[in-house]
Each structure stands twice: as structure tokens, then as C-alpha cells.
Design a protein around this ligand. Structure first.
Ligand SMILES: Cc1cc2nc3c(=O)[nH]c(=O)nc-3n(C[C@H](O)[C@H](O)[C@H](O)COP(=O)(O)OP(=O)(O)OC[C@H]3O[C@@H](n4cnc5c(N)ncnc54)[C@H](O)[C@@H]3O)c2cc1C
Ligand code: SF4
Ligand code: SF4
Length: 907
């Protein structure tokens, strides 16, 4: 737990914060994205978080291929700025979308392309630093800019250990362990800046960096080769290297197993047969050149006796999907099929690439000896192997075994001439083992190096030198007691334990990405860890642990962190570890409000099905009352409340003339509360469209509601009652196998997700879940004659739909109408049911929408259709842009009706 957190806006803020810390002798931890894996970005210290404000790209000089950046800039932002010049920052860790350049410098990070780009140290030209004692200076090659005293002491250190450094440092590309004293050698140009790279915030605080950019290949081709097991893939790596790839990675079957069956995960089906895969990427000036190189390798692999199954990926979108599997490996492999957690702790050793196959055979024997299982993957082109293993770090014998294992594994790596860390750094997890790799004399030199910069030992203490033990301050530890509070959700996939569920988060930080996808809308806007999925998971963990957060289910800090969670479910599919914060929030709120009154808006929104039913008796009067009550229930004055329709969908359905008897499939259309009472035109359109497509449409005979808004407020007892009623009322239809067609994605999501989650052992609930299709899914999976509408449509997907069943069917159906369809990467619209109507949420809600969706709608030509199936998504669009927003059913219905209406009309 940090002492406090400072969010500096500029170097003067950093200096001021340091001044205060000096006065109080407080230790300091500089931090970027906090994605480190060896414990180097956690400390009982004042945290300087550079990611929120000190993230500017100061300049890019395309002529000299240099960029000057602040430490908090996310790598992908730098890449975007460099791309127009055909340049890129070479090192590319898997966390590129959310790790910072400062953190990369702290860890000497590198990634898939380190074969050509090297480690971060090779791209650093100059650093601007501040020491704990307040020396602010620039450091570069030749020791330029250094105060003479520091310079002399560094030269003196070099003098004493130069020969030892030359003889003892492993000659491998991925030596990340230890300080980079080799950079001080005369043959390296006494590069003081590069010597500081990888020092994990223990020597100086970084204020800015001048880094080199490299031309990036215009075209890429990816070969994937499948092997029966990972050691054989490692044996083939030297041959692959001979063909000059720009990336050479490996994955084992356990990772791919981890994603099979996940609703919206990258497609393992793309991989060729096998249980382990080599991913070999080639670059070129043209597509043909890159592909030609790839084909030459495929031919060479095919000539070997152990010829693998191979597949060539030339399409960048498909290549991206393969890389997504690789980049999500940490999260995807976090839990074994047997339910045990797979942990870091020994995860990135590197050996000479040509000895990798033999090393892996010895390493797997070592694992067997300890009875550990896990996943193996990594940067095989440079001999770096990632593992996540099922260590037991919650019992004294388990922790003792862990210690014996890492000591033996360290000796094994050293016997191969390797490095304990080939990527993630030493932090606390490996620092204690450094004498085994470097010997005591070099470790003493590391201590001296640290003392030259930080004589008070206040910068990230206990890491790299004079370390805390590798088995102390563990997240769980021998005293950990797994909390199993009574909950509404059974958390069946988490061993029935809410405590296990919140442990899913491995801290990887993908929820801090801001450019694409939907997770996590509140972080995308606030850029505040408190409002990230990770921050929330962390607070729930602390709440259950109870030593730092003592309020249990009533803790206001947790309440505050969950306040801006839009319950969008995006984490459920986009978080590689499957953190399901919407469910955790609903569970938390149900306990938080168990014995206290809720704010009025929760009763207004959560119980909307009751109010709407009442209102339907006198909708005009109800609309007047609602307008008057708006402020009292916390609705923002800028928001217009959706109006109750003069006639409900059910009333229309009951009074319409009976349709001509259709011989087609009989389906049960679900008249959700929003469609029935607020937007019956969507229901009418669905009936028109489905009947025109040949279906027999019926609706449930009784008024029912799935209870969607109840989850957002945590009214789970009521929600469960509602669902029991639904299942009971629909029992005959369910057992007859009737397809239930949902129009509102969030209601369809209740049947798909909450229903089986709450009643995992109820057969009818499982049936209903499996028999529920969205409107577009029904049409996309049945044969019908689509009428031709033509024109263009931009489509925004509801978060719940994107998280659970995706947008493929919608695109298929709209395209079948002859529309040119653009699916927006628009994330969350920001409305999220009743969330965006609330006064306290208005700014966040609008900011979410203004990220991509609303500008895209405004920029769309007037004759372009704006399509969104979510009722609240359409409210957001219509209230902020005055453009009409349509449900897919409305578009299909209008296509059937000739001539079609002016669908794109402005409101
Ligand atoms: C899923 C996953 C995949 C990963 N894949 C890779 C990979 O492919 N390659 C790789 O190299 N790493 C990888 N990592 C580790 C990590 O993401 C990288 O090392 C990353 O560069 C760290 O950046 P960050 O912004 O998160 O830094 P942080 O974790 O915040 O900090 C890293 C270190 O730098 C120091 N630091 C940060 N800012 C400053 C500053 N301003 N001044 C002084 N010191 C500072 C910190 O004290 C800390 O010691 C992975 C991690 C995860 C979770
Ligand atoms: S919530 Fe998921 S994406 Fe975010 S840090 Fe945790 S594991 Fe990673
Ligand atoms: S449900 Fe949505 S808003 Fe909430 S934590 Fe997950 S991604 Fe973020």
C-alpha cells in the first residue's frame, strides 16, 4: 500500500514532491502504467504516477529520427505520432497499448521485434533525470552533462569492475537482470543514460527522454508453424532465425486452451494443427517481398523430418488476431483448467537461443520434479521463455517449495549461460538471486552504482540491490484466508467464491488501454486508476482482505470506485483474465444497500418496469409527472427523459389484424420494458420484418420483464424473483425449444449471461439462455430473401452485445440489404441504461460518447443510416446529435416496405 500518490503535471511538480519527501525522509516510487511483473512497481513509498499528466510527446525530429518524450507517454501514442514519418520506436512489449516509455526505460523493456530493435537501452540517447538529493541533469553517452563528482565516481566504479563485467555478463541478447554496468565500458562509449536504463526506478527519477526512432517495415507476413510440443518448436527456432525474421515467438497449447470457449476471444481456430506454435514474422518493402520470405521458410520447414503444419497469414487483420492471442497470454493463462491460479514469480529467464530446446527439456524435468504445471511461451528467437506456473503461495510449505524451485531454476539458467530475467526485470522476485548469476563482487558493484546515484537509498528501496526476500510481502502469503462471503451470484466458475473471483485480476493493465475496444470506458475518460477495472478489482480484494479497507460490504472507498463503472460487461470479454466487474458491482451494491436506503434514482431506474406499467394507463399524464420529478430523481437537467409511448407495443400487437398464416418458423418475440413502453416502433418493425421474412411471431401472453436495470443497482433479490417468474411463465415454450428473439441487447444479455450465472444448475434457465437469439442473429442464421435497400450505414454495437455475442450477425444482415456497413470502434456510448441520465454522471457519459461515436455520427453524410440496437445508445445519439438512430429491425422493416421511409432524417 503506497504512503500516498502524486500525479505530477511537470518536472517542477516532481521536484516539489521530492523536496517534501526529502524533508520527511520518505521513499519514492516512480511509476508509469504499473504493468511490471517482478514487484518493482509496488512499494511502501510515495508513488509518483507519471501516466496521467506527464505524458507529452515534446518533439519528433524525422530527419534525425529522434523523439523527445515525457516519461508517462504510452508507447502506442508515440508510435502513432511517429507513423506518418514511416518511423517507429523499436522495442514493443506486449503491453504497448498501455505501458509507458518511462516504464520501458525503467525495465529495459523489449518485445516481439527485439530481434531487430533490441532492448529499450539500445534506443535511448539521452535522459533527463532528478536524483533524490535534487540533482537535475541530463545524461548521455560519454558522461556528458554529468556533475564532475558523479562522473568521477562512475569512472572509478568502471575502473574496478570492467574486466569482471566483460567476463561475467552473459553474451546473450536478452540480458535484462542486474544493472547495465556494461554500458559504462569504454567500448560502449561510457553511455551513462543507457546504464540507467533497466534500473527500475532505484537510481533516479526520469523526467524526460530523447529516444531513437527506426524505419518500420511497410509490409509484414506471418508464418505460424504447429508442433506436437514446445521443445520441438524451440528446436526449429535456429532454422527460422536463418531466414531473417523480424519476430520469432512461441505459444503452447495451454494458452490456446485458455481462450477456446471464451465468447469474444481472438480466434484459436486460425492456428494450424499442433499443441505448440512458432510465430515467425517477416518484413518487407512490399507485400510480395514479405510473403516471399515467409514462403521460403515454409518450404525449408517442410523439408525437415519433423515438418510442422504451417499457415501463412498475409491479411493484417488476421495477423492482428494471432498477435492478440500472444499479447494476452499472461491473462489468458492465469487460471488452469483445474481451477488453480497460475502465477508469475519465475517467468522470463533467457538462455542462448541455440541452446533453447535443451534448456526447455531440462526445465520441464525440473517442473515435473516439483509437480508444477503451467504454460510456456515467449520470444524464442532470443531464447527468452515465459512461464506461468501453479505455485502455491498461500501456505508455508507451498512458499518454501516455491523458494527451492526458483533457486534451482536460477542455477539451471546460469548453467546455460543465461539471464534470470530476459525481459521483465529483477524487482523483488529475482533480485535476491542475482549473486547466483553475477557473483558477489558484481553485486557489490551494483550496490555501489546505486549508492552513487541514491546515497540515501530512498528510491524504490528493496528492489534490485539489498532486496527484500523473494518470498516476503507476497500478495497472498501464508496468512491469506480466502474470503467466501454469502453472495447472490454463485460464481460457479470461481469455485463458488467471490474471493476467488476478485483474484482473477493479474494486474496486467489491459483495462488501461484507451484507443480501441470498449474496456474500460470510465478509465478511457478519467485516466484514473480508481476508475479502471484493475483499480476496482484491487479495492474489492483489499475489502475482502480487510486489513487496509475495513468497511467490508459497506466500505465507501469501494463504493466510490464502483460509482463510475458503467456495468458495460466489456471487461468480461476484453480482460484476458475474464474479470466480470459488472457482476461484482451488482453483488457489492446488493450488500452495500442491504440495510440502508438507496438514493431515489435507484428506485426510479431499478424498478422502471413497475413505473412503466403504471404509466401505460395514462402515458400523457405520466410524462408530465416524470418531467416534474426529473430533478428529484437525480436526472441531469440537460437530459430529456424518454417519453412513455401513447400505445404500448403489447397493446398494438393485441389489436392488430391477424397476419396471413405464415408457414414459417414460430418465434417468441421478447417485448422488453424499453421496447414495450418507450419505443414500440422498434417492436412493430421487428414484427413487420420477421413476418415479411416468413416467421410466425408471437409474444408472451403475460407482461414480463427480465429485470435488466435491477442489476445496475444491485437489486439482486428482486432480479432473481423476476427471472424465476420469466422462466416459470415461459416453461412450455422453453421446453418446446421455441426461439426467443430479443430486440434490446441488454435484455437479451440477461438471458444469455445473468440467467445461467444466477441459476447454473437449473435446466430450463440454461435452455432459455441457449434458445435466446438477437433479432439479427435469427435472420443471419435462417434462410430468407433480403430485400435490397442500398446506401450506407454506420453501426454502433451495444457494450453487452459486443461482450457476449458480437456484431457479426448485425453486419451480415445489414450487408444483405445491400448496405455498405461501417462498424464503428466506438466503445461505450456512455449512456449505459440509466447511468448517463444521472446528473453526477453526465460529464463522463458525454465524454464517453464524444470519444468516437458522436463525432462519427455528426460526420456521417445526411443519407447515411445510423444504426444502434441499444435503446440507451440511441437516446445518447439522438439527444446529443439530433440524428435519428435506428434499430436493425427498423432498417429491415423499411427495406421490406416499398418505397422506404427517409430513414436518415434529422430529428
Ligand atoms: C501482460 C504483460 C505482458 C508483458 N509483456 C512484456 C513484453 O513483451 N516485454 C517487456 O519488456 N515487458 C513486458 N511486460 C512488463 C511491462 O509491461 C513492461 O516492462 C513495461 O514496459 C512497463 O511499463 P509501465 O509503464 O507499466 O511501467 P511500470 O510498471 O509503472 O514501471 C516499470 C519500472 O520503471 C520505473 N519507472 C517508471 N517510470 C519511471 C520514471 N519516470 N522514473 C524512474 N523510474 C520509472 C518503475 O519504478 C518500475 O521499476 C509485460 C507485462 C504484462 C502484464
Ligand atoms: S482487470 Fe483484467 S485487464 Fe485489467 S489489469 Fe486486471 S487482468 Fe488486466
Ligand atoms: S463493466 Fe465496463 S465500466 Fe465496469 S469495470 Fe468493466 S469495463 Fe469498466
Amino acid at each position: 500500500m503506497p504512503i500516498g500518490v502524486v500525479l505530477p503535471r511537470d518536472a517542477d511538480d516532481v521536484a516539489a514532491a521530492l523536496g517534501v519527501c526529502r524533508e520527511h525522509e520518505a521513499p519514492i516510487l516512480a511509476r508509469g502504467g504499473g504493468t511490471s511483473l517482478a514487484g518493482q512497481c509496488c512499494n511502501v513509498a510515495v508513488v509518483l504516477d507519471f501516466s496521467k499528466y506527464m505524458n507529452r510527446i515534446v518533439s519528433i525530429d524525422p530527419e534525425r529520427r529522434l523523439a523527445v518524450v515525457e516519461p508517462g507517454v504510452v508507447l502506442d501514442r508515440l508510435q502513432e505520432a511517429a507513423r506518418p514519418y514511416g518511423l517507429a520506436f523499436g522495442p514493443d512489449p506486449a503491453t504497448h497499448a498501455f505501458c509507458t516509455v518511462g516504464g520501458m526505460i525503467g525495465n529495459d523493456a523489449c518485445g516481439v521485434h527485439s530481434l531487430v530493435a533490441g532492448r529499450t537501452s539500445q534506443s535511448v540517447e539521452e535522459l533527463e533525470i532528478l536524483t533524490y538529493r535534487g540533482i537535475r541533469t541530463r545524461v548521455a553517452a560519454g558522461g556528458e552533462g554529468l556533475p564532475p563528482e558523479l562522473r568521477d565516481r562512475l569512472l572509478g566504479l568502471r575502473e574496478g569492475v570492467a574486466d569482471l563485467v566483460r567476463s561475467r555478463y552473459p553474451r546473450i541478447p536478452r540480458r535484462v537482470s542486474g544493472y547495465s554496468l556494461d554500458e559504462l565500458l569504454p567500448e560502449r562509449g561510457f553511455h551513462v543514460a543507457r546504464a540507467l536504463v533497466g534500473s527500475e526506478g532505484t537510481c533516479a527519477v526520469l523526467l524526460g527522454a530523447r529516444v531513437r526512432l527506426e524505419p518500420s517495415p511497410r509490409s509484414r507476413a506471418l508464418v505460424v508453424a504447429g508442433y506436437p510440443e514446445i521443445c520441438l518448436a524451440a528446436d526449429a527456432s535456429p532454422l527460422a532465425l536463418e531466414h531473417g525474421p523480424i519476430g520469432l515467438e512461441a505459444l503452447d497449447g495451454a494458452i490456446v486452451e485458455g481462450i477456446r470457449g471464451r465468447a469474444r476471444a481472438a480466434a484459436p481456430a486460425l492456428l494450424p494443427g499442433g499443441h505448440a506454435w512458432l510465430l515467425v514474422e517477416f518484413g518487407g518493402d512490399t507485400d510480395a517481398e514479405a510473403s516471399e520470405r515467409a514462403r521460403t521458410l515454409i518450404a525449408a520447414l517442410g523439408r525437415r523430418p519433423d515438418a510442422p503444419a504451417t499457415r501463412l497469414f498475409e491479411d493484417p487483420a488476421e495477423q492482428r488476431r494471432i498477435w492478440e492471442i500472444r499479447e494476452s497470454a499472461v491473462g489468458l493463462s492465469a487460471r488452469a483448467p483445474n481451477g488453480r491460479d497460475r502465477l508469475g514469480g519465475w517467468e522470463d529467464a533467457a538462455v542462448p537461443p541455440e541452446r533453447l530446446g535443451d534448456y526447455l527439456r531440462d526445465f520441464t524435468s525440473l517442473l515435473e520434479g516439483f509437480g508444477y504445471t503451467g504454460v510456456l511461451y515467449g520470444h524464442f528467437g532470443e531464447g527468452c521463455v515465459h512461464t506461468r506456473l501453479d505455485f502455491d503461495l498461500a501456505s508455508a510449505p507451498g512458499i518454501a517449495a516455491y523458494r527451492r524451485f526458483v533457486e534451482a531454476a536460477a542455477d539451471l539458467v546460469v548453467s546455460y549461460g543465461g539471464s534470470l530475467s530476459g525481459e521483465h526485470g529483477d524487482g523483488q522476485a529475482r533480485a535476491e538471486l542475482l549473486p547466483r548469476m553475477f557473483g558477489e563482487e558484481l553485486v557489490a558493484a551494483f550496490r555501489e552504482f546505486k549508492t552513487i546515484w541514491d546515497p540515501d537509498g530512498k528510491l524504490n528501496p528493496g528492489k534490485v540491490v539489498d532486496p527484500l526476500r523473494l518470498d516476503e510481502q507476497l500478495r497472498l502469503g501464508a496468512g491469506y484466508a480466502s474470503a467466501r462471503p454469502r453472495t447472490h451470484f454463485p460464481f460457479a466458475e470461481d469455485d463458488g467464491s467471490f474471493g476467488r473471483a476478485v483474484l482473477r485480476c493479474v494486474g496486467a493493465g489491459k483495462c488501461r488501454k484507451t484507443d480501441t475496444g470498449t474496456m474500460c470506458p470510465s478509465y478511457m475518460v478519467t485516466r484514473d486508476e480508481l476508475h479502471s477495472t484493475r483499480g476496482r478489482a484491487r479495492l474489492l480484494f483489499e475489502m475482502l482482505k480487510g486489513d487496509q479497507l475495513r468497511g467490508g460490504w459497506h466500505d465507501r472507498h469501494v463504493r466510490e470506485a464502483l460509482e463510475l463503472c458503467l456495468s458495460c460487461k466489456s471487461c468480461k470479454s476484453e480482460c484476458p483474465a475474464g474479470v466480470d466487474m459488472a457482476a461484482y458491482k451488482a453483488e457489492f451494491l446488493s450488500h452495500y444497500y442491504a440495510r440502508r436506503p438507496r438514493p431515489p434514482q435507484q428506485y426510479a431506474v431499478g424498478l422502471i418496469f413497475r413505473w412503466a406499467r403504471l404509466a401505460s394507463r395514462a402515458p400523457r399524464l405520466a410524462n408530465r409527472v416524470a418531467r416534474l420529478a426529473k430533478t428529484g430523481v437525480g436526472v441531469a437537467p440537460q437530459r430529456e427523459l424518454p417519453a412513455f409511448a401513447p400505445e404500448t407495443f403489447r397493446t398494438w400487437f393485441a389489436r392488430r389484424p391477424p397476419p396471413a398464416a405464415a408457414a414459417g418458423e414460430r418465434v417468441l418475440l421478447w417485448p422488453d420494458t424499453f421496447t414495450n413502453y418507450f419505443a414500440p416502433e422498434r417492436g412493430r418493425a421487428a414484427v413487420t420484418a420477421l413476418e415479411a421474412a416468413g416467421f410466425r411471431v408471437e409474444i408472451p401472453s403475460r407482461v414480463l420483464c427480465c429485470g435488466r436495470p435491477l442489476y445496475d443497482c444491485g437489486m439482486l433479490s428482486t432480479a432473481k424473483r423476476q427471472l424465476r417468474r420469466v422462466v416459470s411463465e415461459l416453461r412450455e415454450e422453453i421446453r418446446a425449444g421455441t426461439t426467443v428473439v430479443g430486440l434490446e441487447p441488454s435484455c437479451t444479455a440477461v438471458f444469455r449471461d445473468e440467467l445461467p450465472a444466477l441459476f447454473p444448475h437449473d435446466e430450463d434457465s440454461r435452455r432459455l439462455s441457449a434458445q435466446t437469439l438477437s433479432f439479427a442473429e435469427l435472420l443471419a442464421t435462417r434462410s430468407w430473401e433480403p430485400p435490397q435497400l442500398g446506401g450506407r450505414a454506420i453501426v454502433h454495437g451495444h457494450c453487452h452485445q459486443k461482450a457476449l455475442w458480437g456484431m457479426d450477425a448485425d453486419v451480415t444482415v445489414l450487408s444483405a440489404l445491400g448496405l455498405e456497413v461501417e462498424l464503428l470502434d466506438s466503445g461505450c456510448c456512455g449512456m449505459a441504461g440509466g447511468f448517463g441520465f444521472q446528473r453526477d454522471h453526465l460529464d463522463l457519459s458525454i465524454a464517453c460518447g464524444e470519444r468516437v461515436l458522436l463525432p462519427a455520427v455528426r460526420a456521417a453524410p445526411a443519407d447515411t443510416l445510423v444504426v444502434a440496437d441499444g435503446f440507451s445508445c440511441c437516446e445518447q445519439v439522438e439527444q446529443t446529435t439530433r440524428r435519428r438512430c435506428l434499430h436493425t429491425a427498423e432498417v429491415v422493416a423499411h427495406a421490406f416496405e416499398q418505397p422506404p421511409y427517409d430513414l436518415a432524417r434529422v430529428l
